[in-house]
Design a protein around this ligand. Structure first.
Ligand SMILES: [Zn+2]
Length: 309
């Protein structure tokens, strides 16, 4: 029996957010899938849209709740990184605050009404409008860690990063981090970037989500997508490098490139091209996981993310 698919809008923080609810023919887990936490991460949204459309033809058990574009005002405004109304990064605001500004309230409503009560959660991302990215999945240390790691592996991306709480952590307030704190196995899956809808990245998200369904026992793996990907490389640290001062950023490496400790990763120079103000050096051996692709960087601007062994 095919699943029941209901498309509606859910009121989250006063915004009408598209929601697709898919109910399978038998009992099973509840999976929540979100994309568009960042409003210009189109490859992730495109992957989730294609995947959820394909579910109507599959045999499923359990329930799936899908938000293909969460940050609808950022999407409409083509606003990278932040909710345009308050300038906050939604993925630093989870589990949210009902008394805060729009990003805090959107995080709160998303967490309390969709993520909370799920048996598993996938938050699909990619590089933002000005970020190139090497596909990877991220999961958190904590009580749900073993189940989250299995989902991260199932997604089938070439790198897996385990984040742990405490000093040295790249960011806090992410959706998957808040889910992990509530004991829900959750991953952040990233493929694509630079404001593009590239087919390889869309296909990675579709295949990854199908593998998550199979891993949770909610569906059989579609035979056409049962490709055996190589075992992922595990990275234990995620180092985010920033410049001190604003200027013209010129990377010397590409996303996905392996680098040695001490290797030059790029420079920040004056806008007239006369002086190099900073030379950015790899603090450890690792892989360039994401890279700011725009030359324009602000004071304390984010340049790249290095996954280290
Ligand atoms: Zn993102």
């Amino acid at each position: 029996m095919p699943p029941i698919v209901v498309r509606s809008k859910i009121d989250l923080a006063g915004l009408a957010v598209p929601l697709v609810e898919v109910t399978g023919s038998g009992d099973g887990p509840t999976l929540s899938v979100i994309a568009g936490v960042h409003g210009c991460e189109y490859a992730a949204m495109a992957g989730v849209r294609r995947w959820v459309t394909g579910l109507a033809a599959q045999e499923l058990t359990g329930r799936i709740r899908v938000i293909p574009v969460l940050n609808v005002t950022a999407f409409a405004a083509r606003s990278p990184f932040v909710v345009p109304e308050d300038g906050k990064n939604l993925n630093r605001c989870f589990p949210g605050d009902p008394a805060g500004t729009l990003a805090d309230r959107l995080a709160y409503d998303t967490f309390s009404r969709l993520i909370s009560g799920s048996d598993a959660m996938v938050d699909a991302h990619c590089g933002d409008l000005v970020e190139a990215l090497q596909p990877f999945a991220l999961y958190e240390s904590g009580p749900a860690e073993d189940r989250a790691r299995v989902l991260a592996e199932a997604y089938g991306l070439p790198y897996i990063i385990r984040q742990s709480a405490g000093p040295g952590r790249a960011v806090t307030g992410s959706s998957s981090g808040a889910a992990a704190e509530a004991g829900i196995p959750a991953i952040t899956a990233e493929a694509g970037g630079c404001g593009l809808v590239e087919e390889y990245a869309v296909a990675l998200h579709v295949a990854g989500l199908n593998r998550v369904l199979a891993e949770l026992g909610m569906a059989a793996l579609p035979t056409s997508r049962a490709d055996s990907s190589a075992a992922p490389t595990r990275l234990s640290r995620f180092l985010w490098l920033r410049c001190q001062f604003s200027g013209w950023w010129e990377p010397a490496v590409a996303a996905g490139e392996s680098v040695a400790e001490g290797q030059v990763l790029g420079t920040v120079s004056s806008l007239d091209g006369a002086d190099v103000r900073e030379t950015v050096i790899a603090p450890a051996r690792g892989v360039v996981i994401f890279l700011t692709s725009s030359p324009a960087v602000a004071d304390d601007g984010l340049l790249l993310g290095l996954g280290a062994h």
